[in-house]
Design a protein around this ligand. Structure first.
Ligand code: FMN
Length: 148
C-alpha cells in the first residue's frame, strides 16, 4: 500500500508531525511518500492508495498562499478512488483555529474522496497526546487499506 503525505510548514511544526507520521506508517509496513505540498500535483493523487494532507492555517483562518494552487486544483480532481485524512498544527491564539484543516477536509469530500479518519487539529507544538492522536489517524488510514 502506498500512502502520500503532502504537507506545508512555515516554522517546522507540521514538518515534524509529518515526519513522525511517515515513520509510524512505515513501521506498519506502508510505502510512504513524504513531500511538500508545493511539489504535489493534485492530478496525481489517484495514483496513491491513500492521501494525507497536512496544513497550518494563516491570515484569519485561511488556507496558506503556498497551498492555494494545490487547493484550487483539488476542485477539478475526481477522488472517488482515494482515501484521505487531514491534519495540521495551527494556533488557538487565533480566531478560526485550524480553519485550513476544515477547508481541505471539505474540499476533498466534495471531490468525492473517502474520508477515513476525523481530521486532527493540533495547537502549536505537538505534545504526547497530540502524537497519539496523529498515530490514531494513521491507524484509521491503515485500517481502511487493509479492508480492501
Ligand atoms: C501571521 C499568522 C497568522 C496566523 N493565522 C492563524 C489562523 O488564522 N488560525 C490558526 O489556527 N492559526 C493561525 N496561525 C498559527 C499557525 O498556523 C501555527 O503557528 C502553526 O503551528 C504553524 O505551523 P508550522 O510550524 O508548520 O509552520 C497564524 C500564524 C501567523 C504567523
Amino acid at each position: 500500500m502506498n500512502i502520500l503525505i503532502a504537507y506545508i510548514s512555515m516554522t517546522g511544526r507540521n514538518k515534524k508531525i509529518a515526519e513522525h507520521l511517515a515513520d509510524y506508517l512505515e513501521e506498519h509496513n506502508a510505502d510512504v511518500t513524504l513531500e511538500q505540498m508545493i511539489d504535489t500535483d493534485a492530478f496525481d493523487l489517484d495514483s496513491y492508495d491513500a492521501v494525507i494532507i497536512e496544513t497550518y492555517t494563516y491570515n484569519d483562518g485561511e488556507v496558506p498562499d503556498e497551498a492555494k494552487d494545490f487547493y484550487d486544483d483539488l476542485e477539478d480532481v475526481d477522488l472517488k478512488r482515494t482515501k484521505f485524512a487531514v491534519l495540521g498544527s495551527s494556533s488557538k491564539e487565533h480566531l478560526h483555529f485550524g480553519r485550513a484543516v476544515d477547508y481541505f477536509t471539505m474540499r476533498l469530500n466534495s471531490s468525492n474522496g473517502e474520508q477515513v479518519s476525523d481530521s486532527v487539529k493540533i495547537d502549536q507544538d505537538p505534545n504526547e497526546d497530540d502524537f497519539k492522536r496523529v498515530d490514531q489517524l494513521g491507524n484509521y488510514v491503515l485500517k481502511s487499506l487493509n479492508k480492501d
